[in-house]
Design a protein around this ligand. Structure first.
Ligand SMILES: C[S@@+](CC[C@H](N)C(=O)[O-])C[C@H]1O[C@@H](n2cnc3c(N)ncnc32)[C@H](O)[C@@H]1O
Length: 276
């Protein structure tokens, strides 16, 4: 069956997606998925060719709804609780105590999870903080979770998870902070309001600026989908959003030293963290 999206137009679409979101789609891996998606959207919109769709996307999408649909379709949202767990331990054992000692007592510590996907990462931060207990008893900690995909942000706000999502949470922590439901686990209502979730594109400077300044930024397993120029742009955005002395944590396969040289690398218990 022929798709409405030709190989030539795949190049136009992937260039557009890359420019707007940093997500880099390769023809041999992603053509079929994107072509099926365009066929589905054209059917919904009653368009009989790709050109009409592409025109709508670029020039008739004032509220960004078509772009949002597209982003929801092309993102890879893989995540689970306590993924790369050593970083959460470094957060509660080293980073938060250091920040607590250094910052004026009245001001909250602010943590950004960018991207947060369906919420497992920022909620893992919350779970580590409440389980560890020391800093949170003495000062406010604000946690913001952002993602370009609006469907994952909705799921994060509902905070209901399946077995796969929670498999790495120790049994006692799971029993304490989740209610077992027929089809999975719901995060305790006490913790559900603990993260401020927002749909934000990391390349949208105005949206990012509105979030304010942070002391810690988790950015794990997103930069791997970008090329070098986009990684650099996002790393510098994070640099600008961090307070002096603030920290960045990347995924295990991501190295700041290969992206920009403005951060100091520190190794704590075999975990690499980066400091402004
Ligand atoms: C693989 S998930 C990583 C989630 C979590 N940080 C983790 O490590 O488990 C990658 C997420 O990046 C998001 N993403 C991709 N491009 C983005 C952009 N330009 N702005 C914000 N989020 C983006 C995707 O929607 C997806 O949910």
């Amino acid at each position: 069956m022929a798709y409405l999206l030709s190989q030539e137009n795949f190049a136009k679409m992937s260039e557009y997606i890359y420019r707007k979101s940093g997500i880099f789609l390769e023809e041999d891996k992603h053509y079929e998925k994107l072509a099926k998606y365009i066929d589905t959207r054209c059917k919904v919109l009653n368009f009989d060719n790709f050109r009409k769709y592409f025109f709508r996307l670029r020039f008739e999408d004032k509220e960004g709804l078509e772009f949002q649909e597209l982003m929801n379709a092309v993102t890879v949202n893989e995540t689970y609780f306590f993924r790369e767990k050593d970083q959460f331990e470094v957060l509660v054992n080293t980073i938060l105590p250091e920040l607590h000692r250094a910052l004026p007592a009245s001001r909250p510590i602010r943590i950004l999870s960018s991207p947060c996907s369906t919420g497992e990462e920022p909620y893992s931060i919350v779970l580590h903080i409440v389980e560890e207990g020391r800093v949170v008893e003495q000062r406010d900690i604000e946690i913001v979770g952002i993602d370009i995909d609006s469907t994952v942000i909705k799921k994060a706000q509902v905070a209901k998870y399946n077995d796969r999502s929670v498999h790495a949470i120790p049994k006692n922590v799971l029993a304490k902070w989740f209610d077992k439901r027929n089809l999975g686990y719901e995060l305790s209502k006490d913790l559900q309001g603990s993260v401020d979730f927002q749909v934000v594109n990391v390349f949208d400077k105005a949206q990012m600026r509105k979030l304010g300044k942070f002391d810690v930024i988790f950015s794990r397993n997103m930069l791997i989908y970008f090329d070098d120029a986009s990684r650099k742009e996002v790393a510098m955005t994070f640099y600008d959003m961090l307070n002096p002395g603030g920290f960045v944590l990347l995924g295990h396969a991501e190295y700041m030293s290969r992206i920009v040289s403005v951060f100091k690398a520190r190794k704590i218990d075999n975990t690499l963290i980066y400091q402004k």
